[in-house]
Structures are given as C-alpha cells and as structure tokens.
Design a protein around this ligand. Structure first.
Ligand code: ADP
Length: 563
C-alpha cells in the first residue's frame, strides 16, 4: 500500500531489489549529465514552457517511465494547474485544477505543504487517489515531487509508470534535484518576465512623455529620441538618431554642448538650464533642459541623458506678465504721488485749524476736524504702503544692510508700541537667550517689519492679553524672530493668504478691521529681499506666532535659505 514516503526507509527497501542493469542505467554520470542539461536549458532559456517540457522529458526518459506532468501554482487562485504533460491525454486529468484550499486530502496539497516527495507504488491501493483519473490513464506507480525555489513551492513534478515500479532512493533524490533545478529556473524566468515588463513600462513612459527625452554618447551623437523630442524639435526618430545633437544649436553657440558636458561631468547633473534651440523648420524655441551623465558599471561616463521642456509659451507669457506688472507698478506709484499732494494739503489745513490758526473752534468743529485728520492719516498710510509695495515689487528698493543688534532694535520698537499695548492692558516682552545676536539687515526695513508684526499682535489681541517677542539664533547662519500673541488667531486655511496684498481675515463679529491689509505683504517682501523667510503658526482662539528669519552675516551664496 502506498503512503507519503519517508524516502530513506523506502530507498533501503527498494535499492536491495534493484537489478544491476537498472543501477547502471541510473549511473551517476548520466544523472549528472541530465541535471547539467536541465540547468543549462534553465539558464539559457527564459521560455518557461520549454524549460518545463525539457525537464519533464528528461525525468521520464531517465527513469525509463511512461508518463508525467508538471503542475504550476497560480498564486491568484491558489490552484495547481497542469502546464505540460507527457503520455497523459484525458481531459479529466489535464483540466483538473488542484486547489490548495480544498479541505480534501489531495496529493498535490500534501506535497505542497510537506515540501517532501509523495510516492505511490500502487495507486490502485492508495486511498488518497479517490478520483481515479490517473488510474484511468493506466498509471500504476507514480512519484510526486515539489518544484521548489528558496523554500517556496512553485509547483509539482509528477512521473508515473504503467507497470508496477518501486522508486529507489536514488530515483527520488534525482527527481527532487530536478524539482529544485526547475524551481530556480522558473524563478529566473519569472524575474526576467518582471524585468521585461518593467522595462517595457518604462520605455512606454519615456516614449509617450510630453517632454523630449534624448540620450547621446559622449560625443553628442544621438542614441535615442522619443516622441516628445519629435514634437518639440520637429525631427523624426529616423532623422535624429545617429546625428549630432548640435543640429539643435542656434548659430554662434557651437560650444554650448561641450560646455554642458563639462559642467555635467563636474557637477553630476544640470537642472533647469534655460536655452534656445533651433527646430527643424528653423523656428527658435526656448527650452528648459536637464542633463545627467549615463554611467557604466565602472562609473565611467558613457553618455548623457537630456530632458527638454518647451517653455517658449511660458517665456512669452512671463515677459508679458512682467510688462503688465511694470505698467501696474508705474500706475500705482504715479497715482499715489498724485494723491499724496492734495492729501498733504488737507492734513496741513486740518492741523492748522486744530492749532487755532483760523480762530477759536467749538467742540463740534474740533470733533469734525479730528475725524478729517485721522482719516487723512489713514489714507496717507495706505498710500505709503502702496508706494512701498510697488517700489519693492519693481525692484526699486535698495537695501543698505549692516550687522544689526537685533535684540536692541526689537526692544526699541517694542518701546514705541508700549503705550498702545498699555492702553489695552497687554503685557509686551522681548526675550532673548543672547543679547548680542546680530543680523545682516537694513535698519529701516527691519524696523518696518517689527513695527508691523508687533503692531498687529497688539492690534489683534484683546485686553489683558500678552505679546512676547523672542529673538534667537537658528543654526549658524540664521536669526529667528518670533512675535507671539494671545489674540484671535487665524484659521489654518487662511494662514497663507494673509501675506497676500489686501487680504484680511473676516472677523466673526463682522467688525471691519482698521488697516490696509498691506502690512504683511510688505513685511514678506522685505524679509525675502534680505534672503529670509516669514511664516505664521496660529490657532483660532489661542493666538498666533509670526516668525521670520534673517541671515546672520552677509552671504555670498544668495541661494542659502533657512529650512
Ligand atoms: P492689516 O493689519 O493692515 O489689516 P496686515 O497685512 O498686517 O494688514 O494683516 C492682514 C490680516 O492678517 C489682518 O487684517 C488680520 O486679519 C490678520 N492678522 C495679522 N496679524 C494678526 C495677528 N497677530 N493675529 C490675528 N490676525 C492677524
């Protein structure tokens, strides 16, 4: 009666009954030769079906048997499915899928779970073979071995005989070795398939990218040219490949590619280089290019990868935008100037009248004149802010930076605002772990930013609140100033927008905030002019903390920026 094999005991039993002829047939040399050919097919061929068929044929032939099949696990359905068969033809047998999740005791499942061979010397007497499909094919003895790779079972190799056959230990060992060879080969083929799929996927991406993706050798000869390159530069792949990339250069720029190559070799990669390029039809386009080296496995540069984006439209748009922006700035500054003159006259006259120059005033007249004056002041502030902003935006502001004692300056500003804070019983403190900390900044501009932020903090904090200003070093290169208050706070979705011109947070009490909505826009522009950053952290009802950073010292590299 057949049972799951313990190969060692079985082998002992059967090997004593082996004929000398049979032993010879299974001579070590032939076994090794067979293993070798399987290993060779497996490494040379990535065609799974060929590997499977070859291994099955070798297994059946070498053992002098009649039939065999290989089932492979479909990981999605967890079924073992026949992939190749020899001498087995009934559709009942070939179509049967062995489910690993079946509750029944099935040989395929046993082999899969135990990872050991299952030997049935006489399947007619083995109760495990209930469906009798093998028996109907005339099979009497059969061996089932796992196809394994790195402890993972990928399938099952079956060989069978139509005569009673006792599998010897040597035969079983050999079948197991076939199973392992096959496992490794299948895994290779699977890996290859995955790599090919990813390769095809990437090739597809490159081919259909909107940008030009071009590779060249070290002498600028074009090796690959995608659809994007065809569209942007007008040359077809056939026209471009093999040609020099210099076909795209504009007259007088013949050295450009060499310069780019040299830069890439030194810097590793070039990003966002704006260049002019010549299309096939002679039109000039603006392109943003990125170039990186292609290296072989020894790290030597064997070519270059060029990515190019057509930015002609963007450039044209930017130019127009700049023109419009300049027109707007000019308009704002001329209108502001025009407004300032009459406003000065209004303010001066109101001042004079309030000073009694035009004679004594009754209480009502004083009230009216005071209102005229305060509104004229507000208007003047708005005009000044507008002028400031348009000057900054037009690049008309010259910074005169020096090394400034930030703590001292902050304390001075706090003092000027103390009366306003005191009126609302707001405490106003300046703290710093280092009183000597300096920033490389323009005194007037830094004052303006501080007045703005501390002024806002006092303005948007209810009576009895607290405003605390902290000055501290932020690493070696930066000074950070933060102005924290216990005021209204700013909803998170608005924290970015408050730095926009004229943006004011809508108040819950619908009360219109006095102010221009320009202070933070100006502060942001001024801080950024110094190379710093400004930001806010806030929670509605708890308060806000406005922070900005300034460089400690003059930096040559203007690209350095705080985190
Ligand atoms: P203004 O103060 O003149 O309105 P700003 O540009 O200085 O203009 O500020 C814009 C808006 O940001 C303010 O109207 C207010 O809604 C909000 N804001 C600024 N600072 C604070 C603060 N400390 N607390 C709460 N809201 C603030």
């Amino acid at each position: 009666m057949a049972r799951p094999t313990k190969p060692r005991r079985d082998a002992k039993k059967s090997s004593s009954k082996e004929s000398p002829h049979k032993r010879e047939r299974l001579g070590r040399t032939r076994e090794l030769a067979a293993l070798l050919t399987i290993a060779e097919t497996a490494t040379q061929s990535l065609d799974t079906d060929k590997i499977l068929q070859d291994t099955l044929d070798k297994s059946v032939d070498l053992l002098g048997l009649d039939v065999g099949d290989i089932r492979i696990l479909d990981p999605d359905t967890r079924n073992l499915v026949v992939r190749v068969a020899r001498g087995l033809t009934s559709s009942e047998f070939l179509a049967v899928k062995i489910s690993l999740d079946s509750p029944k005791r099935i040989v395929g499942k046993i082999v899969f779970e135990t990872q050991k061979p299952y030997i049935a010397t006489d399947i007619r007497k083995d109760p495990t073979f209930k469906t009798r499909t093998l028996e109907q094919e005339g099979v009497i003895s059969a061996a089932f071995v796992p196809i394994r790779s790195k402890k993972r079972v990928l399938g099952q190799l079956t060989v069978g005989s139509r005569r009673l056959h006792r599998f010897s230990k040597t035969e079983i060992d050999l079948l197991m070795a076939f199973g392992s060879q096959l496992g490794a080969a299948l895994e290779n083929a699977q890996l290859y398939e995955e790599v090919s799929k990813s390769k095809a996927y990437i090739e597809n991406l490159v081919e259909n990218a909107g940008d030009a993706i071009i590779s060249t050798d070290t002498g600028d000869r074009i090796l690959t040219w995608n659809r994007g390159a065809e569209v942007i530069f007008g040359y077809t792949k056939q026209e471009a490949v093999g040609n020099s990339l210099s076909i795209l250069l504009t007259p007088g720029h013949s050295q450009e590619l060499e310069e780019i190559r040299n830069k890439v070799v030194v810097a590793g990669v070039i990003r966002n280089l704006e260049v002019r390029r010549n299309r096939k039809d002679g039109t000039l386009i603006d392109a943003a290019v990125a170039v990186s080296p292609i290296r072989d496995k020894d790290e030597s540069v064997i070519g270059f990868l060029h990515l190019a984006k057509d930015i002609t439209e963007k450039k044209r748009y930017e130019k127009r935008l700049k023109e419009l922006d300049k027109m707007k700035s000019d308009f704002v500054s001329s209108v502001s100037h025009e407004l300032r003159t009459p406003l000065t006259a209004i303010k001066g006259s109101a001042d004079n009248m309030l000073d009694g120059i035009t004679g004594p005033l009754n209480e009502k007249q004083v009230r009216y004149l005071t209102r005229i004056k305060s509104n004229a002041d507000r208007l003047a502030r708005l005009i000044n802010d507008l002028l400031d902003l348009s000057r900054i935006e037009a690049g008309k502001i010259d910074l005169r930076p020096t090394s400034l004692p930030v703590v001292l300056l902050t304390k001075e500003v706090a003092e000027t605002l103390r009366p306003v804070a005191a009126e609302k019983l707001i405490s106003l403190e300046v703290e710093s772990p280092d009183a000597e900390v300096t920033a490389w900044a323009d005194r007037d501009k830094l004052t303006q930013v501080l007045v703005n932020l501390i002024g806002n903090a006092v303005k948007f904090t209810p009576a009895h609140g607290r405003v605390s200003v902290a000055v501290q070093r932020d690493g070696e290169e930066w000074v950070k100033v933060s102005v924290a208050d216990t005021g209204l706070g700013i909803p998170s979705e608005e924290t970015n927008r408050i730095f926009d011109r004229f943006y004011q947070v809508a108040r819950a009490d619908k009360q219109k905030t006095k102010g221009t909505g320009l202070g933070l826009a100006i502060s942001k522009a001024l801080v950024e002019l110094h190379g710093g950053k400004i930001w806010v952290e806030s929670e509605v009802g708890r308060g806000s903390s406005f922070c900005f950073s300034l460089p400690v010292r003059q930096t040559l590299n203007s690209e350095v920026s705080p985190n």
